[in-house]
Design a protein around this ligand. Sequence first.
Ligand code: ZN
Length: 90
Amino acid sequence: MQGLDIYGLFLIMLILFLISSLLRTILERKRTRKEEYETKTLLKCPQCNYTEERKFQIGDYVLKPEKQCPKCGTTMRIHRIYAVKIVPQK
Ligand SMILES: [Zn+2]
């Protein structure tokens, strides 16, 4: 190929570099997608400090009154909302 000059070669190298960096970005994104997080809600009874953990539900917010405490019947409130890393099961 006589018509391929140095600029054409440079352009091909540049395209190859862009493709390889793009592939690397996609692979890294796939790897990070494996690390999934789950949002949990911690309920706490203000009377006896009984705590209960459950999955986060839409509409949850801190201090929101929830169900009654199974120990003393006081209305439990959302104490904390946090995310935990899901460990992939083998
Ligand atoms: Zn209680």
